[in-house]
Ligand binder design. Structure first.
Ligand SMILES: Cc1cc2nc3c(=O)[nH]c(=O)nc-3n(C[C@H](O)[C@H](O)[C@H](O)COP(=O)(O)O)c2cc1C
Length: 178
């Protein structure tokens, strides 16, 4: 039952306290992320360096503002919007492009998110910094991602500050019974 409560409780958090995650909690969510269903290699990069987080935030915002994509440009121009939402930790999942890399990363990220929710940490699944990264070799080289691995998705982790950037959850109606 507790698991169902955790799944219900999870929501994307878009505003974080200026507070590091305790090492014990970080270790647990990393351990749990490797309990996910898996069909091949992937790599997890934990970024807590504030300067790199700021650089990633700014590169992402700049990329969104100049992307030519209406959704990105509108969101990035909204006053107060910062794509990393002040999170003290960004975890990047990377995998080889061939095989099931994207699926492996998504399984692991989701499992990590649920573990973090259970520990009362806030999370947000993010792809915008990953898209921005792929267009910027300088920052990618600072992340020590193994040769042959490409960033697939990211998870922001931290304590919610209760003032998150507002985004409405989409309504989903997608179940067919045959
Ligand atoms: C593939 C994927 C990419 C996402 N990228 C972003 C992102 O870059 N920034 C963001 O704020 N949220 C991002 N989200 C979070 C979704 O906006 C969010 O999960 C959705 O609105 C449902 O809301 P909830 O997570 O609060 O239930 C992403 C989610 C997925 C699955």
């Amino acid at each position: 039952m507790e698991t169902l409560e955790t799944i219900k409780k999870r929501e994307s958090i878009r505003g974080y306290e200026n507070k590091e995650i305790e090492k014990e909690k970080l270790d647990i969510i990393l351990e749990m992320s490797n309990k996910a269903p898996n069909a091949g290699p992937f790599q997890i990069t934990v970024i807590q360096d504030r300067d790199i987080l700021k650089e990633l935030n700014d590169i992402t915002k700049n990329f969104m503002l100049n992307s030519g994509n209406e959704f990105f440009e509108k969101r990035a121009s909204t006053p107060g919007y910062e794509p990393l939402y002040g999170a003290p930790c960004l975890i990047i999942f990377s995998a080889p492009e061939e095989g099931f890399g994207q699926i492996n990363c998504a399984c692991s990220a989701t499992t990590m998110i649920l573990a973090a929710t259970d520990l009362n940490l806030g999370t947000c699944y993010v792809v915008s910094p990953i898209i921005a990264l792929s267009a910027d070799n300088d920052i990618t080289s600072k992340l020590n991602i193994s040769d042959g691995f490409t960033p697939v998705c990211g998870v922001l982790v931290g304590y919610p500050n209760g003032e998150g950037f507002p985004v409405e959850r989409p309504q989903i109606d997608n179940i067919n019974y045959i």
